[in-house]
Design a protein around this ligand. Structure first.
Ligand code: GDP
Ligand code: MG
Length: 163
């Protein structure tokens, strides 16, 4: 069985975009509107020779993104519980939000190891958001751009011990 990685984070941070890039197919729906990923999607991902099973979650997405509704959240709990590592995305351009803090607090209580990354960080756009993310207490944040394919080598190195 392949090692498993679950992408988690609040709506609109680029989870499905990263999923599609790593799985290499347009499997997950990408949309400007929060909350469009209703299902837990999975696919076989490849990254510089690493192979793993990747889950795109929507557990923190809802009509009211400031709430953590039980039904959707349980999907994420299941995905993270089953995963060898969770990849927690924030939006590097927006910086850390209260919902990011809430998700981080929950992730810190889980046994699954967490890699934290500031997405939308093409060029140096996400650097201040990435630095803010140290305060979430989940280790050194990576800089990623799912849309532009930046940060691939750092992501590879962060994932390698777990997959
Ligand atoms: P999700 O809700 O977390 O699954 O986010 P999506 O993957 O649906 O992306 C939400 C929006 O962010 C879409 O408009 C994407 O095109 C955009 N997006 C995703 N990744 C990046 C990125 O690396 N840079 C920029 N600038 N936009 C991105
Ligand atoms: Mg999505």
């Amino acid at each position: 069985r392949l090692p498993t990685v679950a992408i988690v984070g609040r709506p609109n941070v680029g989870k499905s975009t990263l999923f599609n890039r790593l799985v290499g197919k347009r499997v997950a729906l990408v949309d400007d509107r929060p909350g469009v990923t209703r299902d837990r999607r999975e696919g076989d991902a490849k990254l510089l020779g690493l192979e793993f099973r990747l889950f795109d979650t929507a557990g923190f997405e809802d009509e009211d993104p400031s709430s953590l509704p039980g039904r959707m959240r349980r999907q994420t709990e299941a995905a993270v519980g089953d995963a060898d590592v969770a990849l927690f995305l924030i939006d590097g351009r927006q910086g850390v939000t209260p919902l990011d803090e809430e998700i981080a607090r929950w992730l810190r209580e889980q046994e699954t190891p967490v890699i934290i990354a500031a997405n939308k960080a093409e060029g140096r756009a996400g650097e201040s958001g990435r630095l803010e993310a140290y305060a979430l207490g989940l280790g050194e944040p990576l800089a990623l751009s799912a849309e532009h394919g930046e940060g691939t080598v750092d992501l590879f190195e962060a994932l390698r011990p777990f997959v």
